[in-house]
Design a protein around this ligand. Structure first.
Ligand code: UD1
Ligand code: UDP
Length: 373
């Protein structure tokens, strides 16, 4: 019998954890693999929320997060500490997902040890190194040396091929976020109490249309965040809507949003939601207002219009499918687009159709099969 393949999955933030838990579950239950998990804990609470619901106990927890961490300090610590874990575990593969600092540092640490890297959600490109920042460059760095590129869509695969990536290493697998969404939906169906924590807000806002909101992009800090807050204030002047906004723990987000938006009756600034509760928020929302990457993928799958508060996106598929629209951070544009969706039924109906450009929920299995082959 051949030796099982030792796979070290490395992640550090909420979205990486959400998009990698389906793969970790798959690897753990497949005798072809020995699965090891290393978390940088670039995020702490928001990572632990996902580990807890997914039932994952990391083999290595580097506990790197510090309040208000800088990109360079975090990168340096992650590179050194992930490197030490790779020296002790000597995996056959390192798996990383997406575009965060942990992803770039984890991949480079593997490269320095000549361990092949599998990049999940490979090939996303906005074409602008400052939007999203620094994620666009993180992704490109990993894309230059990954041994296996798991592109979520054909568009992403084409982007890699246009950069002369070896075609034999590029595979369209779909995005594991859809696996995660299916998993959590089934969990909630079986145990509704997992997502029952929003019921008080649901009662308070009964009869109003809910706008679900998230915001955290570094390139929006400062002026962009203030523009977003101004738009929310104007939207909140309507009495037929309510905004539920789980505020990201980054102090650059919280300070602005708490200062600008506290005290509005129909704006609920709440703590980050765990994944079942966020899925519930998606479900009860009339539309989403977000600068998040993951939400741009989940909303189309659920047929929820999403107005994307960014100048560009590396996820054009949601826009092509008609469920997502770029609105930037200018308050006038955001208010015009939200108002259109609230007041023009045809415009709303045109966006509120379920599409699955990002996958079919079987991505983790495809990735596992690629690792085995
Ligand atoms: C990071 C990623 C970004 C990703 C986002 C997902 C980088 C450079 N940024 O951005 O690509 O889209 O995560 O959410 O990799 N904090 C807490 N508790 C937490 C998490 C964060 O207090 O659980 C606070 C800390 O003060 C921390 C700060 O937020 O220093 C920033 O965290 P960091 O991971 O550096 O950046 P994000 O803005 O979260
Ligand atoms: N999410 C969550 N709770 C929240 C907000 C978001 O579980 O309060 C989930 C969301 O469903 C998506 C992911 O977190 O899967 C997106 O993470 P984030 O916006 O932090 O990062 P990005 O996707 O922009 O990198």
């Amino acid at each position: 019998m051949t030796e099982p393949i030792k796979v070290m999955t490395v992640f550090g933030t909420r979205p990486e954890a959400i998009k990698l838990f389906p793969l970790v579950h798959t690897l753990e239950s497949d005798p072809r693999f020995v699965s090891r998990v290393c978390v940088s804990a670039q995020h702490r609470d928001m990572l632990d929320q996902v580990l807890s619901i997914a039932g994952i106990e990391p083999d290595h927890d580097l506990d790197l997060m510090t309040p208000g961490q800088t990109l360079d300090a975090l990168t340096a610590r992650a590179l050194v500490d992930i490197g030490a874990v790779l020296d002790s575990e000597k995996p056959d593969w390192v798996v990383v997902q997406g575009d965060t600092t942990t992803v770039m540092a984890g991949a480079i640490a593997a490269y320095y040890r000549k361990i092949p890297v599998c990049h999940v959600e490979a090939g996303l490109r906005s074409g602008d190194i400052h939007h999203p920042w620094p994620e666009e460059v993180n992704r490109r760095v990993v894309g230059t040396f990954a041994a296996l590129h798991c592109a979520p869509t054909q568009t992403a695969a084409d982007a890699l091929l246009s950069e002369n990536t070896d075609a034999a290493t590029v595979h369209v697998t779909g995005n594991t976020v859809i696996d995660a969404l299916h998993w959590v939906t089934k969990r909630i169906e079986a145990e509704p109490e997992l997502a029952a924590g929003l019921s008080e807000l649901e009662e308070r806002f009964a009869g109003k249309r809910i706008i679900g909101m998230t915001s955290h992009r570094r390139e929006n800090f400062g002026e962009g965040m203030r523009g977003i807050a101004e738009a929310v204030k104007r939207i909140a002047a309507r009495d037929d809507v309510a905004i539920i906004f789980p505020v990201h723990l980054n102090p650059n987000v919280r300070e602005v949003m708490n200062a600008e938006l506290a005290g509005f009756d129909n704006v609920a600034l709440i703590e980050p939601l765990d994944y079942p509760h966020f899925a519930r928020l998606l479900d009860i929302s009339y539309l989403m207002l977000s600068d998040s990457g993951g939400v741009q993928e989940e909303a189309p799958a659920l047929g929820k219009p999403v107005l994307v508060m960014r100048e560009t996106t590396e996820r054009p598929e949601g826009i092509e499918a008609g469920t997502a629209r770029l609105v930037g951070t200018d308050p006038n544009t955001i208010v015009i687009e939200v108002t259109r969706l609230l007041d023009d039924e045809d415009a709303y109906r045109a966006m509120a159709r379920a599409h699955n450009p990002f996958g079919d929920g079987a991505s983790a299995q495809r990735i596992a099969d690629l690792l085995a082959s």
